[in-house]
Design a protein around this ligand. Structure first.
Ligand code: FAD
Length: 528
């Protein structure tokens, strides 16, 4: 039978068709329940032509009962829902099965909304579909929130992806629930082994108590982790930091509970420090090699000097014998013979001593930035400056051309010059002691100036100071006067020039000039 939309007609229809199977519940009660339901309910015939809508339907769609009854449900279609969805909807309900899904609907005002719809076929006595029951609600707001959440997650992921660090968020079971591109790349490098698991294992071995991190809502920072990767000889190093993050309990059981962090998530942030680590390792090995070589050299020297002392003993003994003979008035020819023996054994001892002189170290020439080299010197001598109460005025040129040089030789050269400057300011007795070190590029040359406010060097001695074994210090003892002579030798080997600047007025200014790389190589050929 046909059911029409007025209240009396619908109740009458129900009363006529009721079998009384509902027991005590009257058709009117059923009707009132549908009428007062907050969900939009419609009843259609088997072609979706509307027979009845409840007030919630009217409120949601804007269509009043009188207008919509007799119209097809397609009146609600916004034409944004793909035809495929309707095809699937109809094939389901025609098959006497319920359909659930989401459609884009249109209110009477033309405004679109998202309808979460359930359609249930109602079968007639003959077992064929007689009516359809449609129940729907507006889920536009929920969809907007979901989209917002989705966009926010995408935004967070893109920010994390652009970060040059490895990031992974682990849940309480240590499963990765969020990561970034750098993490995924490492995962690939590790042939699918989860980096987070390896980090956590390594941190545990290193004594990091991850349970305590959760318990105290704390974290840890910059713990070094080494990963050995199958198929690669070189280990990789990471500096790993971790922060506790509380995950809110979103299970149904916690719905009415206070929103307190229930589970501990761990945010791992790792920086790869392999390159730095390798550099440090290389530096350590170099230092070890240098110190072993130094020990070896000292030992060789001790052996050679012991041999020379032993050999010098012979001429000393013979001299003693000759002196005794002369004292006793022995024949002069005999004494001459003894002296000849002294000469021979003395020369032999000299040869042994010469042989003991260590070889000049064969340091390779390389491109050197004098600013950086001088900074090394200043760092190495900081303790001396503090002990002498000297103020250092460091004036490097901002961008300095490189030179081709043997860096260790130049380091000891400038250490000698700065050491001299320290002795000079000590000699002056002035309260204010200062040393100024400056660098500057001059066309195809690079110049270093070491200026002190000591007594200075008079014009008559400006060349002499570079001669071997010349020393003019009044206070400093134990200096053989070889410093500036060695400085000049090193500067010459580098194709440079060193002099005492005659224009310097207060104290002494030593000027060292080197040709810049290309020109210097041309000048020096294979010597550098
Ligand atoms: P139509 O030309 O009406 O149909 C598009 C396609 O749907 C057809 O190509 C065909 O595959 C299928 N189809 C349509 N009618 C039939 C039919 N009688 N038998 C078999 N297949 C058919 N649509 C909404 O957009 N919003 C709603 O809220 C909504 N609620 C509904 C509630 C109920 C109880 C029922 C039974 C249907 C409801 N529909 C709803 C579906 C609606 O009837 C239309 O099918 C749909 O809106 C598409 O309409 P259209 O004018 O764009 O295309």
């Amino acid at each position: 039978m046909a059911v029409k939309g007025t209240t009396a007609e619908v109740i009458e229809a129900f009363e006529l068709t009721s079998t009384g199977a509902q027991g005590a519940l009257s058709p009117r009660l059923f009707y009132e329940i549908v009428q007062q339901s907050p969900l939009a309910i419609s009843i259609t015939d088997d072609k979706a032509d509307i027979l009845y809508v409840n007030p919630a339907f009217e409120n949601l769609t804007g269509y009043v009962n009188d207008v919509i009854v007799g119209k097809n449900e397609s009146i609600l279609s916004h034409k944004q829902t793909p035809a495929e969805v309707y095809r699937e909807l109809w094939s389901t309900i025609k098959d006497k099965r319920s359909w659930h899904g989401t459609l884009v609907n249109r209110r009477v005002s033309g405004e679109a909304y998202l309808a979460e719809l359930s359609i249930t076929p109602v079968l007639g006595d003959n077992g064929a579909v007689a009516y359809f029951l449609g129940i729907h609600r507006d889920v536009s707001e929920m969809h907007a929130l979901e989209q917002q959440l989705h966009h926010q997650k995408a935004l967070i992921e893109s920010v994390l992806d652009s970060a040059p660090v490895i990031v992974a968020l682990l849940d309480a079971e240590r499963n990765v629930i969020l990561d970034n591109q750098a993490y995924k790349k490492l995962l690939g490098d590790l042939h699918g082994r989860e980096p987070a698991t390896l980090f956590v294992d390594a941190l545990k071995q290193d004594g990091v108590d991850l349970k305590a991190v959760c318990r105290d809502s704390s974290g840890f920072s910059e713990r070094e982790v080494r990963l050995d990767i199958a198929g690669s000889l070189e280990p990789r190093w990471f500096s790993v930091s971790g922060t506790w993050v509380g995950e809110l309990d979103s299970t149904a059981g916690s719905y009415f509970k206070e929103q307190a962090p229930a589970r501990c998530c761990l945010l791992l942030v790792a920086n790869e420090v392999t390159v730095l680590k390798r550099q440090m390792e290389q530096a350590r090995m170099q230092h070890l090699r240098a110190s072993l070589a130094e020990q070896q050299r000292a030992q060789d020297m001790r052996e050679a000097l012991s041999g020379a002392i032993f050999q010098l003993q012979t001429p000393v003994n013979v001299i003693q014998a000759a002196a005794d003979m002369l004292e006793r008035g022995t024949d002069i020819n005999k004494a001459r013979e003894v002296l000849a023996q002294v000469l021979v054994s003395g020369q032999k001892a000299m040869e042994t001593l010469r042989g003991a002189l260590p070889d000049e170290p064969q340091e390779p020439a390389t491109s050197v930035n004098l600013n950086s080299l001088l900074q090394d010197v200043l760092t190495l001598m900081t303790g001396r400056f503090l002990a002498c109460g000297v103020v250092i005025d460091w004036c490097p040129q901002a961008v300095l051309s490189s030179i081709c040089a043997r860096p260790d030789q130049l380091r000891s050269l400038f250490m000698r010059l700065v050491e001299n400057a320290l002795l000079a300011v000590a000699e002056s007795g002035k309260d204010h002691r200062s040393i100024r070190i400056a660098t500057r590029s001059q066309s195809d040359r690079v110049e270093v100036l070491v200026q002190d406010n000591g007594p200075g060097i008079p014009e008559s001695r400006r060349l002499k100071v570079f001669e071997p074994f010349y020393t003019g210090w009044n206070l400093a003892r134990g200096h053989a006067g070889m410093g500036l002579s060695l400085v000049q030798e090193t500067v010459n080997q580098h194709g440079g020039v060193v002099d005492v600047n005659p224009a310097s007025v207060d104290g002494c200014q030593i000027r060292v000039t080197f040709p810049v790389s290309g020109r210097q190589r041309a000048l020096q050929g294979s010597s550098l």
